[in-house]
Design a binder for this molecule. Structure first.
Ligand code: BGC
Length: 751
């Protein structure tokens, strides 16, 4: 053999193996493959220790080191595997902006959106998307790659302390809005969760209660909201809840995590536990939980060493651990966490532009509940305006708990929650620095605007008596970890409103509440504006609504009952047990420790799928203000209503602004099966339109097919009965609207 031939052979021998594996060294980086296929390649490359590492998350209330990596305080942290390019998961709350409950990072502020209910009240998915996109951008800029956003629990009880975080009582509205918000978050190449899966409908006893509701009503209500949110938002992860569902903790519920989520919905991302919601190793893993979150808040590490042992001794099959890892990696890869990693260090944020997003959401969600004698919008010529209560001189209220954002601009008022209440340790009653008084002064520069705190009704009445306008800012603080005991406004505010309204008929009430409140003074005041928790630009948003710079575009995403007695549970179930335990503890008993040691209790849901307005409509109850209700400064007429059947029924109509001002309207399509057992109406769809005076628009609303079908467990899908359906284009769930009849053929739908 010549030397050249020898050299060629040697080269061939050395290069042959390389040519045979012409794949990249890390084939899972190949973007042409599906996220699942890439995750699968990674699973094959991982050691057992690496797999166990990423199914086990930590709570980081103080900065700490993880394997040589300095980690700042954050809601959750899951170490990555750098040799394979798997980034750590850096998790922050939540739906209303990048939350910062953790005091170590003083000055680490973020843009505070209005409450979830305010966003839901916009009935505008574009508003929800913009808010999610903004919050996700801030999360990313702060180096977080998971935002624990996407709260979509239905409002079953108006007393629930966390209603303000969620999207209201209707599954189609809540699912659509949450899905849009999730898509907005994830447009930043970070993951959003959807949470809390499922039926976490109250805070009282949330760690112990057993929520009892059958498969069919659950699928047609709370689970439908999740199903729609997942379809529209494609969240990388699903967070299971604290409560039990029909006898199993939700993070150990095979029904929820496997049967519904994977088998029926084909979900590909990962399931994570809520912080402190896991109670087992084998049961949780076999039920379908993929990742333990915030392990330090569980009673022990369940997915750490105990899971390693359970896999080693065969109680949890290796294939199940591999699945857990595959799901986590699929959710991460699908959302760009590996291909477009978040920055190593925080990068600057355009807070001015983000504040505008928050303000638009606040404006779009304001609901004008009453406007007699066209008291609103105010003329800018008022000479004297008196503001009363609610710290309206300095700020606007926000809701408490893990979603709390410490907003840009700071906190002008911060109060401690009631002593002894569960949130005392981690929630503060927090006002954002956005002064309605400053905004009203700017809107009415010729007026003298003064403020009085309103604690003394007589003093408030005296201050109001000679004013051209009086605005009472009434508030109700709601928080995670505690439900309201009553729908009445706290701290004697009803007496103040009564006294002020008696002294000055030109009195308007602005509500900053977590949800519905009772309004015993309603007949005495000509105008009421529900501003919710309006976020860090709440002051200007309120002023612009009052002076007509915008049309209050919101409609109620939940029923405002006339009395809590009209609702399925007039008192929060279990609150009496907690109070009894607290009383015993206060009396010195050592064997009761408050909520932690109250025995588990059950919560029944006699309303089934008839949540909120459906309950009211089925029982013929008249609420104070109905779901979907809200006034405009314009007037709208609906005409030419036509319903078309077929597989995807559609309703066409024309909306005309017959008023003198531009305005925002939300025509709603309600459907009732004339053949069905329930006479309850269901929201089938809606549209949001902005119209100039005299302008008409043709609107076509597609009815969500599942809303008018029944879930059939045998089919793992939906069946629509054939027959007549009444379709109404209306202004609220109570409005008689314009009715038409639609004939529909029977139909089966599989997910
Ligand atoms: C809440 C979750 C939150 C988690 C992490 C829990 O207490 O229920 O919504 O994402 O804490 O902070």
């Amino acid at each position: 053999m010549t030397s050249i031939a020898r050299l060629t052979l040697a080269l061939l021998l050395t290069t042959a193996p390389i040519a045979a594996s012409a794949q990249p060294a890390q084939p899972w980086t190949n973007r042409a493959l599906s996220a699942e296929a890439r995750a699968d390649l990674l699973v094959r490359a991982m050691t057992q220790d690496e797999k166990l590492l990423i199914v086990h998350g930590h709570h980081v209330p103080h900065p700490r080191m993880f394997d040589g990596v300095a980690v700042v305080a954050q809601a959750g942290y899951v170490p990555g595997v750098s040799r394979l390019g798997i980034p750590a998961l850096r998790e922050s709350d939540a739906s209303l902006g990048v939350a910062n409950q953790v005091e170590q990072r003083k000055g680490d502020v973020a843009t505070a959106l209005p409450s979830g209910l305010a966003t839901a009240a916009s009935f505008d998915p574009a508003i929800a998307y913009a808010g999610g996109r903004m919050a996700g951008a801030e999360a990313r800029a702060k180096t977080f790659n998971v935002l624990l956003a996407g709260g979509v629990n239905l409002t079953r009880d108006p007393l629930n302390g966390r209603n303000f975080e969620y999207m209201g009582e209707d599954p189609l509205l809540a699912g659509t809005m949450a899905g849009a918000a999730i898509a907005g978050v994830q447009s930043n190449h970070i993951v959003s969760t959807v949470k809390h899966f499922a039926l976490n409908a109250q805070e009282t006893g949330r760690h112990i209660l057993d929520a009892r509701l059958g498969d069919v009503p659950l699928r047609e209500s709370d689970l439908l909201a999740f199903e729609i949110a997942i379809e529209k938002g494609r969240p990388g992860s699903v967070m299971c809840a604290y409560n039990q569902l029909n006898g199993n903790y939700t993070c150990e519920s095979h029904y929820l995590l496997t049967d519904v989520l994977r088998r029926d919905w084909g979900y590909k991302g990962w399931t994570m536990s809520d912080w402190g919601a896991l109670h087992s190793t084998v049961k949780g893993a076999l039920a379908g939980l993929d990742q333990e979150s915030g392990q330090e808040l569980d009673t022990q590490a369940f997915f750490g060493a105990p899971l390693a042992r359970a896999v080693a001794d065969g109680q949890v099959p290796q294939a199940r651990l591999d699945d857990m890892v595959r799901h986590i990696l699929t959710g991460m890869i699908a959302n760009g966490l590996m291909d477009d990693p978040v920055p190593d260090r925080p990068v600057p944020i355009d807070y001015a532009a983000h504040a505008d997003v928050a303000q638009r959401a606040a404006e779009a969600g304001m609901v004008l509940l009453k406007n007699d004698r066209e008291m609103l919008p105010f003329a800018k010529t008022a000479r004297t305006i008196v503001l009363i209560g609610g710290h309206a001189d300095v700020g606007v209220l926000s809701g408490g708990g893990s979603s709390q954002v410490r907003s840009v601009g700071g906190v002008p008022v911060e109060l401690m929650p009631p002593a002894g209440s569960e949130p005392a340790g981690f929630a503060r009653i927090t006002w954002h620095n956005s002064s309605p008084m400053a905004a009203i002064r700017a809107a009415a520069p010729g007026a003298t605007v003064t403020y009085i705190d309103g604690r003394d009704p007589a003093a408030a009445a005296a201050a109001a008596r000679n004013a051209d306008l009086t605005i009472v800012f009434a508030w109700q603080w709601q928080t995670e970890a505690m439900d309201a005991e009553t729908l009445a406004l706290p701290e004697n505010q009803d007496a103040t409103i009564d006294a002020v309204a008696a002294a000055n008929p030109r009195t308007l009430v602005v509500l900053e509440t977590g949800g519905p409140v009772l309004m015993p003074w309603l007949a005495k005041v000509p105008a009421v504006l529900e501003a919710w928790y309006p976020g860090q630009r709440g002051g200007p948003a309120i002023a612009r609504a009052l002076f007509g710079d915008i049309d209050p575009g919101g409609r109620l995403p939940m029923t405002f009952p006339a009395s809590v007695a009209q609702t399925p549970r007039p008192a929060v179930v279990g609150m009496d047990l907690l109070h009894a335990a607290d009383a015993k503890r206060a009396a010195g008993a050592s064997d009761v420790g408050g909520s932690g040691q109250v025995p588990p209790f059950a919560v029944e849901y006699p309303e089934g799928a008839n949540v909120g307005y459906r309950w009211f409509s089925a029982r013929g109850e008249r609420p104070l203000f109905a779901f979907g209700y809200g006034l405009s400064y314009a007037n709208f007429r609906y005409s030419d209503v036509h319903a078309h059947g077929g597989p995807t029924p559609t309703v066409d109509f024309t909306v005309t602004n017959t008023g003198a001002r531009a305005g925002a309207d939300v025509p709603q399509v309600y459907v009732r099966s004339e053949a069905g057992a329930s006479r309850a109406i269901r929201l089938g769809g809606w549209s949001k339109v902005l119209l100039q005076p005299g302008e008409s628009r043709h609107v076509s609303v597609t009815i969500e097919p599942r809303v008018i079908a029944a879930f059939d467990p045998a089919l793992h899908g939906w069946r629509r009965a054939g027959g007549k359906y009444t379709v109404t284009v209306a202004r609220s769930a109570e409005d008689r609207g314009t009715e038409t009849i639609m004939d529909l053929a029977p139909q089966s739908l599989r997910p």
